[in-house]
Design a protein around this ligand. Structure first.
Ligand SMILES: *Cc1c(COP(=O)(O)O)cnc(C)c1O
Length: 456
């Protein structure tokens, strides 16, 4: 049975079930497995859900019964609209797209959230407790979480979004869900204001305990774990050429899952970390140092991030699993807004990590080019990935993680191709559905009172 340790070295080791419900470690670190399983024996001809159960089993063994876990995987991936859940398609230039966006809310976050919703409910049912999940979203995370936790027995969920600052598709995906345990709050403020309210709620110990506050943000180990599966899935279909995997990145959760898969034996040569104009990770992988700047809006809004929380898991590895060294480095990063790795560790990192940044103009050009050459419409996040992958030699097998369905970002698609992509059948009437949300001022006490009342 694998236990989990904090990247800052100052928290006791926990089981999978505890890590699932805890999220962030008490010392401020992120949980990582204390040892790493290998996956060489997984049968690549299995259907996706069964394949997923096989790959993830060593991480959850000891916390859940095998049959229950297999059923949870089957139910989670039964919600995807593609027959093989995560299809891999090839573009005219040979780049392969790993299509992660066939879940209920059309972005790759469904892959992890659909599993997480069911794992939470199962574990809470076993313990006979309930939680209230509160989260802030600028778009994709909120809808994926709501869709995954709607109608769960042991969970209420309240999602805060910045009033009139999300796209209409994104807002409607959250607010048209009519389920008793789901509440949406439009905060009269920015995404940062929403996030500050959530942080303040977690810091209020009395409130946290009263409502059983819980989070499902991207640092949750179970989210990373669910994403490990599709790197093995795509890797199993690889030829014998060296494999280059490009991942459009924000919080570094998706690409770190790839790193875990590689450690477990997936045949991946290098990772290309693709960013938009918010290029702090490009700086990090090209130079070994990074400086926090301001967040600038781009055509790929889910990647408009400066501090990528999951990068700490990679830094832990680079620093030789030294929690104290990670703690010092992160403290320095917070206070000085700049940090650099020890010089002797940088070349080794660069052997398998590349950083590439892509402008909005290149994003649109890539969408146009792929549309012309392959007849396919990319969403702007995936387009950032494809533009970065095109810079790699075509002697490599180039895979790109396709993170969203184009219909989720109709404005960018229209700008590139001249027409708006239709929504898939299950969302075709999204614009006719009734919306449910409450507009509240940017005020902690008001939002806390709302959360107390929202519980079922
Ligand atoms: C969240 C998101 C990303 C970034 O994923 P990370 O795991 O934060 O790196 C990229 N593309 C889309 C469409 C997303 O929703």
């Amino acid at each position: 049975m694998i236990s989990y340790t904090s990247t800052r070295g100052g928290s006791p080791e926990l089981s999978f079930a505890d890590v699932l419900l805890t999220g962030l470690a008490p010392d401020g670190g992120l949980y990582v497995p204390a040892e790493w399983p290998t996956s060489t024996s997984v049968d690549s001809s299995l259907p996706y859900a069964a394949f997923a159960a096989e790959v993830m089993w060593p991480f959850v063994d000891g916390s859940i019964e095998r049959k229950a876990f297999e059923q949870i995987c089957a139910d989670a991936y039964g919600t995807f609209s593609a027959d093989d859940v995560i299809p891999v398609t090839t573009l005219a230039d040979g780049i392969e797209l790993v299509e992660l966006f066939h879940g209920p809310t059309l972005a790759f976050k469904d892959v992890a959230m659909q599993l997480l919703g069911r794992l939470f409910d199962h574990e809470l049912g076993k313990r006979g407790t309930r939680v209230t999940i509160v989260g802030a979203t600028s778009g994709d995370t909120g809808s994926a979480a709501i869709e995954a936790f709607r109608d769960r027995e042991n969970v209420d969920i309240v999602i805060l979004h910045p009033h009139e600052r999300t796209s209409e598709v994104q807002r409607r995906q959250m607010t048209t869900v009519a389920a008793a345990n789901v509440s949406n709050v439009a905060v009269e403020g920015t995404f940062d204001d929403c996030q500050d309210i959530v942080k303040a709620m977690f810091a209020d110990v009395q409130f946290r305990d009263d409502v059983g506050l819980a989070a499902v943000n991207s640092i949750n180990w179970a989210r990373v774990m669910a994403q490990v599966v599709y790197y093995h899935w795509a890797g199993a279909k690889a030829s014998d050429r060296p494999v280059s995997v490009t991942v459009p990145t924000g919080n570094f959760g998706n690409v770190f899952a790839g790193r875990v898969a590689k450690r477990m034996g997936a045949p991946i040569g290098e990772f290309v970390v693709a960013s938009n104009r918010n290029a702090i990770l490009t700086q990090f992988f090209q130079t070994g140092a990074m400086t926090i700047g301001g967040v600038e809006p781009s055509l790929s809004p889910s990647m408009d991030i400066q501090v990528s929380s999951n990068l700490e898991r990679l830094i832990f590895e680079i620093l030789g699993n030294d929690g104290k060294a990670v703690d010092d480095l992160m403290a320095k990063f917070r206070s000085e807004r700049h940090v650099s790795l020890p010089a002797e560790l940088i070349p080794r990192m660069q052997e398998s990590w590349l950083g590439e940044s892509v402008t909005d103009a290149e994003t649109i050009e890539t969408m146009q080019m792929v549309h012309e050459e392959s007849g396919m419409i990319l969403d702007p996040h995936t387009a950032v990935g494809v533009a970065a992958a095109r810079r790699r030699p075509d002697s490599m097998q180039r895979l790109v993680m396709a993170t969203a369905h184009p219909a989720k970002f109709p404005d960018a698609v229209e700008q590139a191709t001249g027409s708006r992509p239709p929504l898939p059948a299950h969302l075709a009437d999204l614009y006719e559905r009734d919306e449910h949300y409450t507009v509240l001022p940017d005020d902690l006490a008001t939002v806390q009172a709302f959360v107390r009342d929202a519980r079922t």
